[in-house]
Design a binder for this molecule. Structure first.
Ligand SMILES: N[C@@H](CCC(=O)N[C@@H](CS)C(=O)NCC(=O)O)C(=O)O
Length: 215
């Protein structure tokens, strides 16, 4: 069921409600690389079915398959895509490490925004839980806002996987009650991303059904 169409074709498994899926999806949309999308419906629990667990043992999206490789978790996927396609890669060796430093940091910190949104949107939980994640989420937004005070992109002078990873994880912030206008440098940065050819927000970008994307 989840066999990739052809080993040489990039195949992304994801879900339209998932910020983690949006990150590589946005990379692929902006880069114009051909790829196949395979939907994993989280609402129906497809991520916990044996066929998908054989692809991704964590039962999460996204997963990328290419040339016989299976890569799970959004940041290793961004790392792989940058190396494999040379899009959104840092220009210098230091920039390449700096971009990956941002990805590691976002997994620790921006993920708090995704947690607030997750509990606010998908689960009826004690408000204490949301209150626990909100301050570190705000702190993460403050860090990104400050980093963008005197620069257009997080690393170097062009968009890299650092921007796609950090933006992608925070993209549903409004669903968590975060008003982006409180962070004006993030607004300006998101507008730069939105101006790029191929950009779309998750509900417009991630298909609800399997789909082929050609160059
Ligand atoms: N750290 C992982 C997080 C993956 C993750 O937790 N994905 C969520 C959707 S955003 C998921 O698949 N959840 C499974 C579920 O809800 O059962 C990544 O960045 O890929």
């Amino acid at each position: 069921m989840f066999e990739p169409p052809a080993p040489e074709r990039l195949t992304l498994y994801g879900s339209f409600t998932s910020s983690s899926s949006y990150k590589p999806m946005l990379f692929l949309a902006l880069s114009g690389e051909p790829f196949s999308f395979r939907t994993v419906n989280l609402k129906n629990g497809v991520q916990r079915e044996a066929d998908y667990l054989a692809v991704n043992r964590y039962g999460t999206v996204p997963t990328l398959r290419h040339h016989g490789l299976t890569i799970v978790h959004s940041n290793p996927i961004l790392d792989y895509l940058a190396r494999a396609t040379d899009h959104f890669e840092g220009k210098t060796e230091q920039d390449r490490w700096h971009a990956r430093e941002w990805l590691s940091w976002e997994a620790d910190q921006i993920t708090n925004i995704a947690k607030v949104r997750h509990f606010a949107r998908f689960r009826a939980v004690d408000p204490v839980i949301v209150d626990y994640y909100r301050p570190p989420a705000i702190a993460a937004l403050n860090v990104v806002n400050a980093a963008l005070a005197d620069r257009d992109w997080l690393v170097g002078d062009s968009c890299t996987i650092a921007d796609l990873g950090c933006w992608g994880r925070m993209v549903f912030m409004a669903e968590g009650g975060f008003d982006i206008t409180n962070w004006p440098n993030i607004v300006a940065w998101s507008n730069r991303l939105k101006a790029m050819l191929g950009f779309a927000l998750p509900y417009d970008l991630i298909p609800k059904k399997d789909r082929e994307f050609d160059a």
